[in-house]
Ligand binder design. Structure first.
Ligand SMILES: [Zn+2]
Length: 278
């Protein structure tokens, strides 16, 4: 959309401020402009046609660019039955491990951009306060953060899309991510963004008529999936070796099977593996 001075919209929290409109402001002039209350007709560029019934409009200010974000109510469009259920264990080493044995690599978006951010932040601190050059450098830092955010979001959408298209039921742990962020792994936990991923997953599942089950996370990594024996000694870093029955597995894969077992106690997954809870 066209630019307008920040003061007109009384946004005080750049670079990521927003204004919400609880009603739908229609695009006019064949989608080339929108009428926004108190501001008037603003030029805009629609990236894709609106689907369903538009309900709300948000005007978002992000890195000196303005976006009009419509929330639309759409009908559920159920996918054909896949005949498969899956448990997903999330982590920081791998982003996700499924009970079918699929390991999804953790792309570490923030981690890989840290070097660039450090250089850009150094440039900011070298430049004179209040100057245009410093403001431009601050803008560059904000743009790098936006790039990281968008890459992470894109990765979440692709991973969730794959899970939803391949499985009828997806089980994951009911994690209290906000508590975990207080730990010393805070940066890597925020970087993977599990909460945002689970939200996206739930949204995609709902619109595809799939089921997402949140299971209690207690002992999923210490319980043996073969015999049910639960103790701390079962797990040695990445290796799971049951001290009772001798069952060996990758620790996170074993956990993913336990997660599915909790969601579907008498279920069998697509590959015919039973997940009966002992
Ligand atoms: Zn065992």
């Amino acid at each position: 959309m066209g630019s307008a001075p920040a003061s007109t919209l009384s946004i005080r929290t750049p670079p990521f401020g927003w204004l919400g409109y609880p009603f739908f402001c229609k695009p006019v002039d064949e989608g080339r402009r929108i009428n926004i209350p108190k501001i008037g007709s603003v030029k805009c560029k629609f990236h894709r046609p609106l689907e369903g019934t538009p309900k709300t409009l948000q005007i978002v200010h992000d890195c000196s660019e303005w976006y009009a974000v419509y929330t639309c109510e759409v009908h559920v469009n159920p996918l054909p039955q896949a005949g498969s259920t899956v448990g997903v264990d999330v982590g920081t080493r791998y982003f996700a491990i499924t009970s079918d044995g699929e390991f999804v690599h953790n792309p570490r978006h923030l981690g890989s951009a840290l070097g660039k951010l450090r250089i850009q932040q150094r440039t900011v601190s070298r430049r004179k306060k209040g100057g245009n050059r410093r403001r431009n450098a601050v803008q560059q830092v904000a743009k790098t953060h936006r790039k990281i955010r968008r890459s992470r979001q894109d990765f979440h959408h692709k991973t969730a899309r794959k899970l939803v298209s391949e499985h009828d039921l997806i089980a994951h742990e009911d994690l209290k991510v906000s508590n975990m962020i207080k730990s010393n792994l805070a940066r890597s936990i925020s970087d993977v963004g599990w909460s945002a991923f689970f939200d996206i997953l739930r949204g995609k599942a709902e619109s595809a008529g799939r089921v997402v089950v949140r299971v209690p996370p207690q002992d999923t990594s210490q319980r043996c999936n073969a015999c049910g024996h639960t103790c701390r000694e079962n797990r040695d870093n990445e290796v799971f070796r049951c001290v009772s029955c001798g069952h060996e597995d990758h620790a996170d894969w074993n956990a993913a099977k336990n997660i599915l077992g909790r969601a579907v106690p008498l279920g069998v997954n697509g590959s015919g593996v039973s997940h009966t809870v002992v």
